[in-house]
Design a protein. Structure first.
Length: 173
């Protein structure tokens, strides 16, 4: 097993435990404004190598989502959002691709592409993930106002947590 693979496995374990044991218990809005969720785990899909095959992305997304669903007791809601995020990730990367293309063997990190590029990339992926997640959670567009409110408030908090992580730890891979 390569050092890169070991690093990804350790990152997955740490983030899943952080999300499942700590972040799911944090209620930032209190009992009367429960529209804020800290969903940190989408960073795991975002930081996978750029050349990860689509089938592997989808399987990793499914496994990640099902694992988070076990912690949240949520019957596939996180799994569906993770598979959706894994599915759209190659298109987001294609839209944001630099003129000369992506270098070989790089990961989409601040270190490799800069803060502006990473913020666009992570912001787009996270916003779409959250919108899909909250839409599936209520499973009707009757509550579109609540879906959008949850998406925006959770995006702000989750994106700040991800940026703090990236600037503090700035993973190479």
């Amino acid at each position: 097993m390569s050092a890169l693979t070991s690093r990804h496995i350790i990152r997955f374990a740490v983030v899943i435990l952080l999300q499942g044991l700590i972040l799911r218990r944090i209620a930032l809005g209190g009992m009367h404004f429960n529209y804020i969720s800290i969903l940190f785990y989408p960073i795991l899909l975002a930081l996978l190598p750029i050349k990860t095959p689509r089938a592997a992305l989808l399987l990793i997304g499914l496994g990640l989502g099902l694992t988070i669903d076990v912690f949240y007791d949520s019957l596939g809601v996180h799994a569906s959002a993770c598979v959706f995020t894994a599915f759209i990730r190659p298109w987001i990367l294609q839209i944001l691709e630099p003129r000369g293309g992506y270098p070989v063997n790089v990961n989409p990190t601040i270190r490799d592409f800069g803060a502006a590029w990473f913020m666009q990339y992570m912001g787009t992926l996270l916003a779409l993930h959250l919108l899909f997640y909250f839409s599936v959670e209520v499973f009707t567009f009757v509550y579109i106002g609540q879906i959008l409110l949850k998406t925006v408030t959770s995006f702000i908090v989750s994106f700040m947590a991800i940026l703090i992580f990236m600037f503090l730890f700035n993973p190479r891979h």
